[in-house]
Design a binder for this molecule. Structure first.
Ligand code: F3S
Length: 395
């Protein structure tokens, strides 16, 4: 049986709702046919990745501009980080030329009705689905958070497929939109005490590399913060492509417990840390906020930086969403951080900003940031707690 389309969906495909909607429906039905979907379903929110001009280039911008000619989003749609802070880019060393091009990208999304949030933590700032809700998100850490921590249902969309869903409100029903594909496959018993966001990033590294496409069922963790979960989600998605996990007593999805068991020990975590700790260059870049920092993390950074000064030769970026930055301004955290010589950067992050060649070694609490610092920017890396990162910044 092929892909069933409603009358409205057929009309979209025939171009009766405009050229962009037609192109968008072609993408969705093609994906539906490839993955053997029986029908399309409505989604309530979309999160689009591929926003930095650094990654998109002129070709990507041209595609978006074509879609924006008559395309308008039909559901709540937010954006992943861009390549710069949209307001304070100049003081972060971003060139005029890049800023101009990045703004063109933002303007095109805005024209389509996208809320230009530019964050990988949409769930912190108003794009928060509920349990069982079908959505179409693209950012891998947010997808993993939505599926696992919230219990919403999404595949990991690419930039064009997420936009296509935003323009039609529809996605093909396959993958993680179906309950039968969300069952745990391997049990991971955690025999190690996890204390901070960096530990959870390392755990994501260990399980991600081991489990790959198998859905993990994790036991042995009694207590966890949303900051630790966002770090874990980012890491397990980066190192294993994992878009869904179950954590006993923590996450809301119900699943049978798998028979296959793997053990995670302190030695596994130590090895993961060693694999992310490079030698051979001075730390000159410190970044916290991958995924984007919560207001709680910003408050902690402000407390640690209060009355101190970032050392010469070091640059500190705390990256977050713009509404969180605004909140930090109201609370006085922004002033403390900036007075110390660090930057509270919104809308962007250390992986998608054009930073190649500017630094040699990154210190961060994020295992995901280490991956991109190495792969995209050729930086050496070191992973530590937020407290240790800030201590190093002012030493
Ligand atoms: Fe977010 Fe950038 Fe990290 S998009 S998850 S802060 S690499």
């Amino acid at each position: 049986m092929g892909l069933y389309l409603t009358e409205e969906e057929k009309e979209m495909l025939e171009g009766k709702h405009g050229k962009s909607t037609q192109k968008a429906m072609e993408i969705i039905t093609t994906l539906g046919n490839i993955y053997g979907a029986k029908r399309l379903i409505s989604v309530s929110s979309v999160q689009i990745a591929g926003v930095s001009y650094h990654n998109l280039g002129e070709a990507g911008l041209e595609y978006l501009s074509e879609m924006a000619e008559d395309g308008k989003v039909r559901v709540l749609t937010t954006l992943n980080p861009a390549g710069m802070d949209l307001e304070e880019w100049k003081k972060h060393g971003i060139s005029e030329e890049f800023a101009e091009n990045q703004q063109r990208v933002i303007d095109v999304f805005s024209k389509m009705g996208v809320i230009t949030t530019c964050t990988c933590t949409p769930y912190y700032i108003g794009n928060l689905p509920h349990f069982g809700e079908h959505i179409a998100w693209a950012e891998s850490s947010a997808v993993c958070f939505a599926n696992s921590v919230v219990g919403a249902m999404t595949n990991r969309e690419g930039g064009p497929s997420a936009l296509a869903t935003a323009l039609t409100g529809k996605t093909a029903e396959y993958g993680f939109h179906l309950e039968e594909n969300r069952v745990a496959q391997v049990k991971y018993e955690i025999k190690v005490e996890l204390k901070n966001t960096d530990d959870f990033g390392l755990l994501g590294h260990v399980i991600g590399e081991r489990t790959r496409k198998s859905i993990p069922y994790i036991t042995g963790i009694d207590k966890v913060t949303t900051e630790e979960l966002k770090s874990f989600c980012a890491s397990i998605a980066t190192y294993g492509g994992v878009a869904l996990f179950h954590m006993e007593g923590i996450t809301p999805n119900i699943t049978p417990v798998p028979d296959k068991v793997e053990i995670v020990t302190q030695e596994d975590l130590d090895n993961a840390r060693k694999s992310l700790d490079d030698e051979g260059a001075e730390i000159d870049f410190i970044s916290v906020g991958c995924p984007h920092a919560s207001i709680k993390e910003i408050a902690l950074v402000a407390e640690l930086l209060d009355g101190k000064q970032v050392s010469d030769g070091k640059t500190v970026w705390i990256t977050t969403a713009r509404p969180t930055k605004d909140m930090a301004k109201k609370m006085g955290y922004y002033d403390i951080i900036e007075k110390a010589g660090a930057f509270l950067v919104s809308d962007a992050c250390c992986a998608v900003a054009p930073l190649k060649g500017r630094f040699k070694r990154l210190l961060t609490d994020s295992a995901k940031a280490c991956f991109y610092a190495r792969g995209k920017n050729d930086f050496k890396t070191t992973i530590r707690t937020i407290e240790e990162c800030i201590k190093e910044a002012v030493t």
